[in-house]
Design a protein around this ligand. Structure first.
Ligand SMILES: Cc1ncc(COP(=O)(O)O)c(C=O)c1O
Length: 385
């Protein structure tokens, strides 16, 4: 029989406690969610600033609905590029200090578009070992040679750059999505400059959250030092989609050669308009970043007192490393039994033997929420030993 691998692969995943399933979220309000009629505190959301379900963003969406259409009707090069898109692009170019911005329906598409177009003719790609799947898939679809340097290891990267010549792209995440630690961006830029490589930053988890104005991991770093910047709207900004902030020549090149951009319907104008207003909130409401920092500090402090082992992260992503996938699922279930929603992250999303609970903190959590989380976590870990 053809396609026998489908059933076999699913059975293998099930046996290894690695089978993935979606959960139907029946209701969500930022702090909590409901699944199968039960309410949980949500510690699994990337809506770091608590904007997605906020009254402010809902009011903005209601206002925008009368001015903008839900669908763009065509790809950007046909008739899909509207005033809503142009305004969002101009705002982002100004905010990030880059020449130009291009919008995408997802961060996955933006990563693929940039990497595949820029490296179509070959060359070298040096990527942090923990780079997101969309970056690695983009790299694997090119003629370029992909080499992965050890996570955040600038010594290893410096050794690799000595052995490459020609067009070289160095790429990293700003805040690593599964570990929560940050890349040493200034060092990366220096290394890129030393070998005339281009530096590419995927700041999906830093944009909106890091930097005094929420510009992200690259706030204050010039286009000259860091020419290629990507960030998403689906996390701290509370909507969805993504953008590339890039030099004018790269912009023109992508408009002509990036297949993900050319052959895909442009982002919804309504979404672009809402996203622009959300970005203004993010910039103006520093209190959301401050509250998030307080929550992170509170969580880490309570965990240290309760003997919960943490990873070296000072961001909203606070993983609890378990190692074994089955143990991680068991702890996840204990948390759920106590009304706490967390996600077990297992291979192949993370390397074998490094399954973990990925806790995400947001502005919407209260101190009491975090106290409850740490208490149940400590009990669960102790019972688990
Ligand atoms: C680091 C990173 N890059 C890119 C993406 C993809 O972004 P999007 O969800 O907008 O496709 C994600 C999504 O989780 C991510 O974590």
């Amino acid at each position: 029989m053809a396609f026998e691998f489908i059933a076999a692969e699913l059975a293998r995943r099930q046996e290894d406690s690695l089978l993935r399933r979606r959960q139907l979220i029946e209701h969500a309000d930022g702090r909590c969610l409901e699944v199968a009629g039960r309410r949980y505190l949500n510690f699994s959301s990337n809506d770091y600033l608590g904007l997605a379900h906020s009254d402010e963003l809902k009011a903005i969406a209601t206002r925008c609905v009368s001015d903008w259409s839900a669908g763009s009707g065509a790809s950007p090069l046909v008739t899909g590029h509207s005033l809503a898109h142009a305004r969002l692009e101009d705002y982002l170019a100004d905010l990030t200090g880059r020449d130009k911005v291009l919008l995408f329906n997802s961060g996955f598409a933006a990563n693929q578009a940039l990497i595949q177009s820029l490296m179509a003719k070959g060359g070298h790609i040096l990527a942090d070992k923990l780079s997101h799947a969309s970056m690695l898939d983009g790299a694997l679809a090119t003629q370029a040679r992909l080499q992965r340097y050890r996570h955040n290891d600038m010594q290893h990267l410096s050794e690799l750059v000595l052995k490459v010549d020609g067009d070289t792209l160095i790429m990293t995440e700003g805040v690593f999505s599964m570990d929560g630690d940050k890349a040493p961006i200034s060092r990366l830029c220096d290394i890129a400059a030393s070998c005339q490589a281009l530096c590419y930053l995927d700041d999906a988890h830093g944009f909106g959250v890091l930097g005094p104005q929420g510009i992200g991991s690259a706030e204050g770093i010039s286009q000259h030092a860091l020419p290629l910047l990507m960030a998403t709207f689906g996390k701290a900004i509370g909507t969805s989609g993504a953008f590339l902030a890039i030099p004018a020549t790269v912009h023109d090149y992508l408009v002509n050669f990036a297949r993900h951009y050319i052959y895909s319907t442009a982002m919804s104008p309504l979404l672009a308009a809402i996203t622009l207003e959300s970005l203004k909130l993010v910039k103006g409401q520093a209190w959301r970043r401050e509250k998030l920092s307080e929550n992170i500090h509170c969580f880490r402090h309570l965990c240290q007192s309760a003997g919960v082992p943490l990873m070296a992260s000072d961001t909203a992503i606070q993983p609890v490393l378990m190692g074994d996938a089955e143990r991680t699922l068991t702890l996840c279930q204990i948390m759920k039994n106590n009304g706490l929603w967390l996600t077990a992250i297992r291979p192949p999303t993370v390397p074998p033997g490094s399954a973990r609970l990925r806790i995400t903190l947001t502005t919407a959590h209260s101190r009491d929420d975090i106290c409850k989380l740490v208490k149940v976590l400590a009990q669960g870990l102790n019972g688990d030993k």
